[in-house]
Design a binder for this molecule. Structure first.
Ligand SMILES: [Ca+2]
Ligand SMILES: [Ca+2]
Length: 740
């Protein structure tokens, strides 16, 4: 369905040099990675022993290691996962950066294109006994599992086995896969087996599906395979998993290798009970790795969990986890959870194979001790990611695999999903309100982020290519000029005033009118004046730090419409006469839940997200803050406004959310805008003096303002950037004992 498009990456000169180093840097002779050979000739480089994860050393000994890794996604901006667009250059550059960060392994979720394996072999060729390893994930038929709610239904098991067969053959460079929509294909000829660390089978299990499978198939005998078997306590679902692990082993054995095996699991289906969890589904059923055991597999077996400090809600609400305090005196419920979980696996290694926080303006879950899902700048992201890594290490886990290596623009999350329309254009822009897109320690920055530094000086704007910048055409006394441009992430404004800007005395407003409708600003915002022929949907307000924000017209307010009486009706109604024309821009953090739907009542929680942070995006400065929105210096004001704050559902096709009633009380619709009519004015702080495009007139016809408009785009521009969190991970990896 999605056609491939040309992609222009603006790689910096530095990145090119780094990539060049891959070829130039390792000319010295190194001994190749060694493998232990069994009596029958089977080879091993890793195994498990008790609760330890072991690596075979070149001196012929087995040594315990702490696995330090990152999860690698399959996309770059402008693409969806099934397209697998990464090139050899991308992989080689990333491998080098990951290696230099101090990670010893990359986990991939599914079979990548042949170029991944050939690039890894190429990269490791000169790395001797210190290669970069990978963990091969094998995707389950997830959609069918959720749809059928039964792992034994249809040919789900058969499909899963076909995927396992493909993965094993791909790793050993022994298969040609014919093209299929949304899946990797091609000739797999590079044998990457000696760089494999482990097999990671399956996905996060839907609790309803697990429960239903167990109830429906109570008569299924426990699976007994030659390599893996269910124990007498194995549930029907665990037996199903035992068979898949056994099949994985059987496939690999053909190539003369044995590697440690695990299946994917997450907190939702862990083996602990969570009395403080409001949702039944989050504490409904267990999938227990102890109920599957190796029978004839010397390669080893371990448990793997995806575990984040803010999901499910019990990390915040369960008093039984409020036992360990952090340095700030807050409860470290994550550490308490890890301790309880590890205590269940005394004789088995456990790895946390997904954890982390995103660096994003948007936020969608609160965690304990500020370890929220979003709302962090890159520095804070790094501090939290590093501290989580340390918690995992300190609690005796065998490994920690961070989520994740790169930002992925196609990703979605529950609290902005209803506003990103059409959904299939998500990969063509970066909505910084969607935290899920920004988990990477490698940022994927929108096209102009490196060209326009938000620091209050407009000199950098002079370097933008001809035609990329437009000048606002109206006249406002006190404003010399307003320059406008945009990219995949933001609308940028560069304003030059007659006099120096002083937020103590002056406030700058910029109304943004995109479609018919909108609200008249309040008498305090625009004293003594009136707009005609249109009104803004959103209002940019620049003044003192605590008041600088984007507000949204009351009638247009997505949040109010979705969670107020038009939609879920979880927000109280405004009292008559008390509503303001513009509301703070908010995102939902947690929905209201009540028994009998949930165990106990849980309030509706939301958070203002439209505040504009003043600072600098200059990475060379100590005060660099990746969440910076604006700055002023002398008579110049510079800002970047995230698209969604201006009402955009997809800037790449100029779609904005419209005013029509929600479909089924839940779904928004969009309309194409001809552009943005920007209405700037200056107001005396606490006074009534206004300087606006209407001059001395009391009214202004908004239609007289020419809209800022642009061509829709299908090609994205972006640049890669190692975030501050990359450095934080590098530091913590160096501190942790391990094999590096
Ligand atoms: Ca600048
Ligand atoms: Ca309007």
């Amino acid at each position: 369905m999605i056609t491939r498009r040309t992609l222009f990456i603006w790689i910096t000169a530095a990145a090119v040099l780094i990539a060049g180093g891959v070829v130039a840097g390792f000319a010295v002779n190194k001994t190749p990675a060694t493998a232990y050979k069994d009596q029958d000739g089977t080879r091993f480089t890793f195994k498990t022993e008790g609760d330890r994860f072991m690596r075979y050393e070149k001196d012929g000994s087995w040594k315990e290691m702490f696995v330090k890794g990152v999860n690698l996604g399959a996309t770059v901006p402008g693409y969806f996962p099934g397209e697998l667009p990464a090139t050899e250059e991308d992989y080689l550059r990333w491998f080098k950066q990951i290696d230099e960060m101090g990670a010893n392994v990359i986990r991939i979720y599914t079979v990548h294109q042949p170029v991944f394996y050939s690039a890894l072999v190429k990269y490791n060729k000169d790395k001797g006994s210190d290669p970069l390893y990978f963990i091969q994930g094998i995707w389950s038929p997830e959609e069918q599992l959720i749809e059928r709610q039964d792992a034994y239904a249809d040919d789900i098991g058969k499909q899963f086995k076909a995927e396992i067969k493909k993965a094993v053959a791909a790793v050993y460079g022994d298969v040609a896969v014919s093209p299929k929509q949304g899946a990797s294909s091609g000739e797999y000829t590079a044998n990457a087996g000696k760089y494999l660390m482990a097999w990671h089978v399956g996905t996060e299990w839907d609790p309803g599906m697990v429960k239903n499978t167990n109830e429906k198939h109570g008569d299924v005998p426990v699976y007994k395979g030659g390599y893996f078997a269910g124990t007498k306590d194995a549930t029907p679902f665990e037996s199903w998993l035992a068979e898949l692990l056994d099949y994985t082993a059987e496939q690999e054995k053909q190539y003369g290798w044995e590697h440690p095996v695990t299946f994917t699991n997450w907190v939702t289906t862990d083996v602990l009970s969570h009395p403080g969890e409001p949702l039944f589904e989050e504490d409904m059923v267990s999938v227990d790795a102890r109920h599957v055991q190796p029978t004839g597999w010397k390669g080893g077996y371990f448990a793997a969990y995806h575990a984040y400090p803010y999901y499910p809600d019990f990390f915040r609400t369960d008093a039984t986890l409020q036992t360990i305090k952090d340095k700030q005196g807050n409860f470290n419920t994550y550490k308490a959870y890890l301790r309880k979980l590890k205590a269940q696996f005394k004789d088995m290694p456990v790895m946390i194979t997904e954890y982390g926080v995103p660096s994003s303006l948007g936020i969608s879950h609160f965690g304990a001790g500020d370890r929220d899902q979003g709302g962090h700048n890159e520095r804070e992201q790094g501090e939290i990611d590093a501290s989580l890594t340390r918690d995992i290490y300190d609690e005796g886990y065998a490994g920690a695999i961070l989520f994740m290596w790169q930002d992925e623009w196609f990703k979605k999350t529950w609290n902005t999903m209803p506003f990103e329309i059409p959904a299939d254009r998500r990969a063509y822009w970066i909505n910084v309100l969607t935290n899920e897109k920004m988990f990477g320690v490698l940022g994927m920055l929108p096209g102009k982020e490196k060209q326009i530094v938000i620091d209050g000086s407009l000199s950098d704007w002079d370097g933008l290519p001809q035609g990329e910048v437009k000048h606002w055409q109206g006249k406002v006394q006190g404003i010399q000029d307003m320059r406008i441009t945009h990219d995949e992430g933001y609308l940028y404004l560069g304003i030059r005033l007659d006099k120096d800007f002083d937020p103590a005395t002056t406030k700058l407003y910029i109304g943004s009118d995109t479609i018919a409708g909108g609200n008249e600003p309040s008498a305090a915002q625009l004293p003594g004046k009136k707009l005609e022929g249109g009104a803004p949907e959103t209002l940019i307000e620049i003044g003192k730090d605590a008041e600088s924000q984007v507000e949204i017209a009351a009638d247009y307010d997505f949040h109010e419409r979705l969670y107020g009486k038009e939609g879920y009706w979880m927000l109280p109604e405004a009292k008559p006469g008390q509503d303001k024309p513009f509301h703070p821009w908010k995102l939902a953090i947690s929905l209201q839940m009540n028994p009998p739907d949930t165990r106990f009542a849980h309030p509706f929680i939301d958070q203002t997200i439209g505040m504009l942070k003043r600072g600098t995006t200059d990475r060379s400065k100590a005060e660099f803050d990746s969440l910076t929105s604006w700055q002023y210096r002398g008579n110049e004001i510079e800002m970047r406004i995230p698209w969604m704050l201006l009402g955009f559902a997809d800037p790449s096709s100029l779609q904005v959310i419209d005013y029509s009633p929600l479909k089924d009380r839940r779904a928004f619709s969009t309309v194409k805008t001809e552009g943005i009519r920007l209405i700037p004015w200056l107001v005396q702080q606490g006074g009534s003096q206004v300087s606006w495009p209407g001059g001395t007139a009391k009214t202004l016809n908004v239609q007289d303002i020419a809209p800022y408009t642009w061509e829709p785009w299908d090609t994205v521009h972006y640049s890669e950037q190692l975030k501050q969190s990359y450095d934080a991970m590098k530091k913590v990896y160096a501190e942790l004992a391990g094999d590096k």
